[in-house]
Ligand binder design. Structure first.
Ligand SMILES: NC(=O)c1ccc[n+]([C@@H]2O[C@H](COP(=O)([O-])OP(=O)(O)OC[C@H]3O[C@@H](n4cnc5c(N)ncnc54)[C@H](OP(=O)(O)O)[C@@H]3O)[C@@H](O)[C@H]2O)c1
Length: 484
């Protein structure tokens, strides 16, 4: 099967922060891969902007090096680079300064899609928005792309929303949560809403519980003091994990349309109950033989920021009233893996005796990484004579194996940038969604701060603090093993 490339209109994309890590690792290589796929129309331009003085030629050299390092192996044809690099231009601009804006204005054309990617610290969003508007560079059709973190609490998120709303309409603002650009995350919607099979079972009557795991093997060394200001709750739960939870828990939208989808996600966030202190476990990784522990990485021996969090959440609505959602995420865990596991209940009546095999629950596992795909654990009869013995087997689908080229999956950033050019906001967070997520998160963080709770230490390379195991054991459940 060959990937179908849906063309976009000719565009001028300005990347503020074009000399930074995100631009070099994700945005520029992603654009190159889209060029190789034939999706970038002739005559489009990509204009880098940052304070560093550099010529367009130097910016192309920087981009060439970034593509060599992070471009992936999908397009290694030197000829493709010769076609792509001339699309690049560069303007030296300080978001807070006055120089360079006229130059930028002269490069952004009226007859193309105009998009402005703010790949800079959020503190600069307001300055950029104000200058782009007042200098007549970004008109009412222009699109503004902003990165996480979108605030560190409700008040700061509201301030960012207000700073953007002063100059741009909500329909122009694209808040990136790159998890929403992942193929499997979108597949979650396809599985739910394009099949009749699961939706009738997708509720508390049939789903025992849901587990969402995002485990990383790396620590925070190198950016420890930066990470220490946020922690796992702000860095992962408030945005990525909340989005995954929303896609599992939401009602079917009336149409696959940006506001219809986002309205349903918002209802889920608003239905999330406050989390009880007993349902939260926070941890910090300990030093191992060959790597420092969290406190050393954070450069603060007194830090109480969590590098791990596990929690039990409840969505208080008719569909989910008795189904807990267990979330966990952490650094320096046993394996790098992200998955959602939906565990179904027992059949209402067992006709097979215990002696005839071991009954296990049906589990639908949606793997985000590695090896994106799905796995449905089913009970079948053990082959061979000797009576009716049951055994659990996986119905396993790796997207790469099942779909070949089609699953040669575009990186989340590639997909999201093309959606910006297309003007499709479905996979971007709306302002009210982000604020609702912070409104749920803030009291949880304030609670542990007020109580002076300290995170527990967990071994590097393990699966988290002991109390996280207890969080499920006391409910008669257990976490799935963290493994690749
Ligand atoms: N890196 C990631 O993987 C990642 C992932 C998710 C979200 N993000 C978010 O994306 C944003 C960028 O991250 P990053 O990792 O690329 O940061 P970074 O490596 O520190 O780069 C920051 C960029 O901003 C430019 N810049 C700084 N001050 C400026 C100013 N006053 N005017 C114009 N440009 C200015 C810098 O260039 P000059 O010094 O030349 O001006 C540089 O190009 C941040 O908000 C970050 O939280 C990053």
């Amino acid at each position: 099967m060959v990937s179908r490339v849906i063309p976009v209109d000719r565009f001028d994309l300005v990347i503020f922060g074009a000399t930074g890590d995100l631009a070099n690792r994700k945005i520029l290589p992603g654009l190159f891969r889209r060029y190789c796929a034939g999706q970038i129309p002739e005559g489009s331009t990509i204009i880098g902007a940052a304070r560093s003085e550099m010529t367009p030629e130097e910016f192309r050299d920087q981009t060439r090096a970034a593509i060599a390092e992070f471009g992936g192996n999908k397009c290694d044809d030197e000829g493709a680079l010769d076609g792509f690099l001339p699309m690049l231009d560069y303007v030296a601009i300080d978001a807070k300064g006055d120089g360079g804006w006229d130059d930028l204005k002269s490069k952004v054309r009226d007859d193309t899609v105009n998009a402005f990617y703010f790949s800079v610290a959020p503190a600069l969003f307001g300055d950029l928005a104000e200058r782009l508007h007042t200098r007549g560079i970004a008109g009412p059709e222009a699109r503004i792309v902003v990165e996480k973190p979108f605030g560190r609490d409700l008040a700061s998120a509201k301030a960012l929303n207000a700073a953007l709303a002063e100059y741009f309409d909500e329909t122009q603002i694209y808040r990136i949560d790159h998890y929403l650009g992942k193929e499997t995350v979108q597949n979650l919607m396809a599985v739910r809403f394009a099949n009749i099979l699961f939706e009738p079972l997708w509720n508390s009557q049939f789903v025992d519980h849901v587990q969402i795991t995002v485990a990383e093997t790396v620590g925070v060394g190198g950016r420890g003091s930066y990470y220490d200001k946020s922690g796992a709750m702000r860095d992962m739960v408030q945005n990525h994990m909340m989005q995954l939870l929303c896609l599992i828990a939401m009602e079917p939208p009336y149409h696959f349309d940006p506001d219809a989808v986002r309205d349903e996600k918002l209802k889920v966030i608003r239905a999330l109950q406050p989390v009880q202190p007993a349902d939260i476990v926070r941890g910090q990784y300990a030093a191992s033989k060959d790597a420092p522990g969290y406190l050393e990485d954070a450069e603060d021996p007194e830090s109480t920021t969590e590098s791990y969090i596990a929690m039990k959440c409840h969505v208080a609505n008719w569909r989910w009233v008795n189904t807990p959602f267990y979330l966990r995420t952490g650094k320096r865990l046993r394996a790098r893996t992200s998955e959602i596991a939906i565990t179904f209940k027992e059949p209402p009546h067992q006709i097979f005796d215990d002696a005839e095999g071991e009954w296990r629950e049906n589990v639908l596992v949606i793997r985000l990484q590695p090896n994106e795909g799905m796995n449905l654990k089913m009970m079948i009869k053990e082959p061979g004579p000797g009576g009716m013995r049951l055994v659990q087997v996986p119905l396993d689908m790796s997207f790469a194996e099942a779909l070949g080229d089609e699953a040669d999956i575009t990186d989340a950033y590639e997909r999201l940038i093309m959606d910006v050019i297309r003007g499709n906001q479905t996979l971007f967070m709306r302002g009210d969604e982000v604020e609702a997520a912070w409104a749920w998160t803030d009291p949880i963080i304030e609670g542990w701060e007020a109580r002076g709770d300290k995170p527990q230490t967990y071994d590097s390379g393990a699966s988290g603090p002991d109390d996280a195991l207890m969080l499920m054991h006391r409910d008669g459940r257990r976490w799935r093993e963290i493994r690749e």
